[in-house]
Design a protein around this ligand. Structure first.
Ligand code: 6R9
Length: 649
């Protein structure tokens, strides 16, 4: 094994590893050479109402890109996550809910969760929701969100969860794209002691005249505050549940029936509705949850992601519950009441497997070792990281201080589009190198190509592509298959393009180097620079805007904005604040610019293209090394921008 620091995966801590190196190699080889055999066998981990006879029918060749798995099989996701566990673990805790307030928590058994899901499925039916309808959720991290998601799957409705940190505008565009007739929300969310006006945001979104297809809004009482109420449209969750029957058979769904839509950002245009389907998705998230984290019967699994992101779908809810695990749902944030919160929760609920994001680790690390050592985290066995590259310093701190040099760290690379973990260590199997996501999971064929599409063999660096389909792959962009083909299958012929760059070392380990397109990753939240730009130029005082990411110690990347104002406007600090608030209103607090620099001119090519490469260098304070500027229409613009660079926080 090369590279200076290599950490063993600690098979002795894992105790009962499901695999060893040889078994991984054999299984991986089989998953690539005989995918039909491999996946037919592993899909048996689920209950099928009607078995499939076909396993895989996929093509990555434009224009006929299609992805179908288990296409003549029938099953139901809520049945697999609930009903089939009732006999043996009906009384086992399915969800440990930990409230924002440390004193508030509860345990919900599989039986209780099943009853709630059946009831709520009947509530949805009573409101006319039928198989195939899209239901939008705009909810906090509370058990009712899990209930609502599972209830949708029970009756074959397609959920579309919108992160509670998005603004009414962003929510409205997602409701419109999905043409949802029903929205589920809460009166307020509660995070870090602060309330989030979810219902008021829904009301604001629904004032848009093109959203008159929304017939009903179901509102969970979370804080109990008085909220605006539209008679005939708004329904109280608790009241509706009290009246509903708890008998609701699970709908028999085709493996390729839509399961959910989740919006994500790309380099161009509005966010895309990533569509996932039923059989392949559940098979893959179930298998990966078990193997990657070495999940064993009785383990408490905690993934800190929000239900509003793919990680919240796959590894807070569907992966763990399909495996009959106890999953912890945390309402709050890492720094409330203080930065020891995560470890206090680990201690209190005896968490065994802990999966979080680098940005949280860096924020906690910055507060020093003491807070991390204030609580007993000896219950931990395996830890994980996801969402963005983890820098080796943060990795080592996490390993040493939180995991007591005992728990291997699974640095998992994947995307909303991939549905589940793609490149990752497997607990107890392979050695770890801080900063590397290591090797492909079963069925995943990554490759590196240069900009012309030539494959790079051996050690090297290039664009990361995936050569063949895996069961949890997204099937299409909701309502726009052409966009799906164009975005993912047209850059490199016959392959799925991830948008990421990567390096592969002599041991075949992958090191993700970050996005190679105009997508930035702020605290693990994925954002298109074009989206933020389009929000900014819609402000009446802004003539032009260019947005780039820059290295940020805690967030990974921060948002650096160059603004050209209309000639009559004066550049003031008050206007900077106004623009920040504007972006929060248009997209949400996650997109709020960290730095705004006034730019009387932007560096452009003679054909008028903004040269972001140069803007990125200036934002990162690397302007000694700007590269070729000879194609610029007016090179003096660059000197002006360097002279007035704003020190980034
Ligand atoms: C699951 C999720 C996807 C993008 C992806 C990449 C970055 C995710 C990573 C990672 C380095 C890791 N990313 N995991 N980069 N190492 N372990 O995060 O989905 O929100 O769609 O983001 O995040 O750039 O392309 P999503």
């Amino acid at each position: 094994m090369s590279a200076s620091t290599v950490y063993p995966s600690k098979a002795e801590i894992i105790q009962h590893s499901f695999l060893d190196e040889q078994k991984y190699q054999d299984l991986y080889r089989q998953s690539i050479t005989e995918p039909e055999k491999f996946w037919a066998e592993h899909a048996q981990r689920l209950d099928w109402f009607k078995p499939f006879s076909k396993v895989k029918d996929t093509s990555f060749h434009a224009p006929d890109v299609h992805i179908r798995w288990f296409e003549d099989g029938y099953l139901n996701v809520s049945h697999n996550c609930l009903d089939r566990h009732l006999e043996h673990r009906g009384d086992q805790t399915a969800i440990i809910w930990q409230g924002d307030d440390p004193s508030e928590h509860k345990h919900i058994s599989y039986r209780e969760l099943h009853t709630a899901v059946c009831r709520f499925a009947n509530v949805l039916k009573a409101q006319g929701v039928a198989k195939g309808d899209v239901v939008t959720l705009y909810m906090p991290m509370i058990p009712e969100t899990a209930v609502a998601m599972l209830a949708c799957t029970r009756i074959g409705a397609v959920h579309s969860v919108v992160f509670g940190g998005f603004s009414p505008e962003a929510l409205a565009s997602r409701i419109l794209n999905g043409r949802s007739k029903l929205v589920i929300t809460a009166d307020e969310g509660l995070r870090g002691g602060k309330t989030i006006p979810l219902k008021a945001n829904v009301d604001a979104a629904l004032t848009r005249s093109d959203l008159d297809m929304v017939e009903k809004v179901i509102v969970v009482k979370r804080t109990g505050v008085d909220v605006g109420w539209r008679e005939g449209r708004d329904i109280c969750y608790q009241e509706a549940m009290a009246q509903a029957s708890d008998d609701c058979p699970a709908e028999v769904m085709n493996a390729e029936d839509p399961l959910f839509i989740l919006y994500t950002s790309g380099s161009t245009g509005a966010p895309k509705g990533v569509l996932h389907t039923t059989g392949g998705y559940l098979t893959y998230v179930s298998l990966s949850h078990q193997y990657v984290f070495n999940y064993r019967e009785g383990d408490v699994f905690w993934c800190t992601a929000d239900f509003g992101w793919i990680t919240g779908h796959s590894y807070v809810l569907y992966g763990p519950l399909s495996n009959g695990a106890t999953t912890l749902v945390y309402e709050g944030v890492p720094n409330y009441p203080d930065l020891s919160r995560f470890w206090r929760i680990v201690e209190q609920h005896k968490v065994n497997l802990f999966y979080t994001a680098p940005t949280a680790i860096r924020a906690i690390m910055a507060a020093g070792d003491e807070l991390a050592q204030a609580a007993d985290s000896s219950s931990l066995r395996v830890m994980g990281s996801c969402g963005e590259p983890i820098n080796p310093e943060a990795w080592e701190w996490f390993y040493r201080v939180v995991g007591d040099s005992r728990c291997p760290i699974m640095d998992t690379w994947w995307q909303t589009e991939t549905g589940g973990i793609m490149i990752t260590p497997i607990a107890g199997v392979n050695d770890l190198k801080p900063g590397s996501a290591t090797r492909p999971f079963f069925g995943v064929q990554p490759a590196l190509v240069d900009n012309e599409g030539n494959e790079i063999s051996g050690a090297g660096e290039g664009n990361l592509i995936i050569k063949d389909s895996w069961p949890a792959q997204m099937r299409t962009v909701y309502g726009d298959h052409d966009r799906f083909v164009k975005t993912y299958f047209s850059t490199f012929t016959g392959a799925y393009f991830t948008g990421d760059g990567a390096r592969r070392d002599e041991d075949g380990y992958y090191w993700i180097t970050g996005r190679v397109d105009d997508v930035i990753n702020v605290s693990g939240h994925r954002m298109g620079t074009a989206e933020v730009e389009s929000a900014l130029v819609s402000h009446p005082k802004v003539a032009e805007a260019a947005v780039v990411g820059y290295p940020h110690a805690i967030k990974g990347q921060g948002i650096y904005v160059y603004i050209t104002l209309n000639v009559s406007e004066a550049p003031t600090d008050a206007l900077k604040e106004e623009l920040r608030q504007w972006v929060r209103k248009e997209i949400g607090p996650v997109a709020s610019p960290d730095v705004i620099q006034w730019a009387p001119g932007l560096p452009k090519t003679r054909s008028g293209k903004i040269m972001r490469r140069i803007l990125r260098k200036i934002a990162a304070d690397e302007h000694d090394n700007l590269g070729d500027v000879s194609t610029l229409a007016d090179p003096s613009v660059v000197d002006e921008l360097i002279a007035n660079r704003v020190g980034a926080p």
